[in-house]
Each structure stands twice: as C-alpha cells, then as structure tokens.
Design a protein around this ligand. Structure first.
Ligand SMILES: [Zn+2]
Length: 145
C-alpha cells in the first residue's frame, strides 16, 4: 500500500464512490460504493453494496466490478482502469481484483479505519487444515497448466 497524494480528479472520483456508499445505505445495505474509471478518468461502471437486499455475502461493489471487468473488458483495457472505492477492498474482493487484471485501486477509508468504526471489528478467521493426500489431489491438476 502506498500513501501518495491524490489529485483533484481522483478526489472527485472518490467522492462519487462515497456518494454510492451513501446510496447503498439509503437502500438498506451496508454503506459501500465503488466505480471503475478508464485511463482518461472517465467512469465506465459503478456499483453499490447489495449484500442484504440480494441476500448474498459476496455482493460487495468491488467484487461486482472485478467480475464485470473480467467478463466485459479485454486485458489491456482492464489494466488501464483504476477502481475508486469508498473503503479499502476486503480480502475477498482483493483476490477478485487480482484475478480480474485491473490496473490500480484508490480507496478512501482504510480497512483499519473501517474496523475502528464497527463495534464487532473484522470477521473472525476460520482455521484451515492441510495439505494432505498430495498423491491423490495432484492427479486432476497435473498437466492442466
Ligand atoms: Zn469486499
């Protein structure tokens, strides 16, 4: 994560993302909004959080934009985009953003600042166990890539 000064145009795009967050909240959802801008700073897609109205824990705006970009944009166009988001992407969205090939993310509120505003803080970690059954589990993978 780098702390670099945002330009006037970037602050305008971040303020639009914050506006989308307020709209999400007004619509009965958690208060998060994001948009994608192309290489010229033009808005090409916007999303709001809809986790409650969709009853879908993955309906974060960043994830919806990453899926849209991976489906609709060619790799070069995706790489030229910047995501402006009212809050730093969570680990789920960060994974989708990495897979989608977006160029850059600029956020307003950090995840740490968000958790300080949330009574329960972050979600608890789920224990993971493994690796095991290597000889069996590698069979469907070998030769695929
Ligand atoms: Zn997320």
């Amino acid at each position: 994560m780098t702390h670099q000064a945002t330009t006037h145009d970037e602050e305008r795009l971040l303020r639009r993302a914050i506006e989308l967050a307020a709209q999400a909240r007004a619509g009965g959802n958690p208060p998060f909004g994001s948009l994608l801008a192309d290489g010229n700073g033009r808005v090409i897609a916007e999303e709001r959080n809809t986790t409650l109205t969709d009853a879908d824990i993955t309906a974060h705006p960043e994830l919806k934009l990453a899926r849209w970009a991976a489906r609709e944009l060619g790799p070069e166009t995706a790489a030229a985009t910047t995501m402006y988001t009212s809050c730093q992407p969570c680990p789920m969205c960060e994974g989708a953003i990495r897979r989608s090939g977006l160029g850059r993310v600029v956020f307003a509120l950090s995840g740490e600042q968000l958790n300080a505003l949330k009574p329960g803080g972050d979600f608890p970690e789920v224990p993971q166990q493994g690796p095991t059954l290597y000889d069996e589990a590698r069979v469907p993978v070998e030769g695929y890539y």
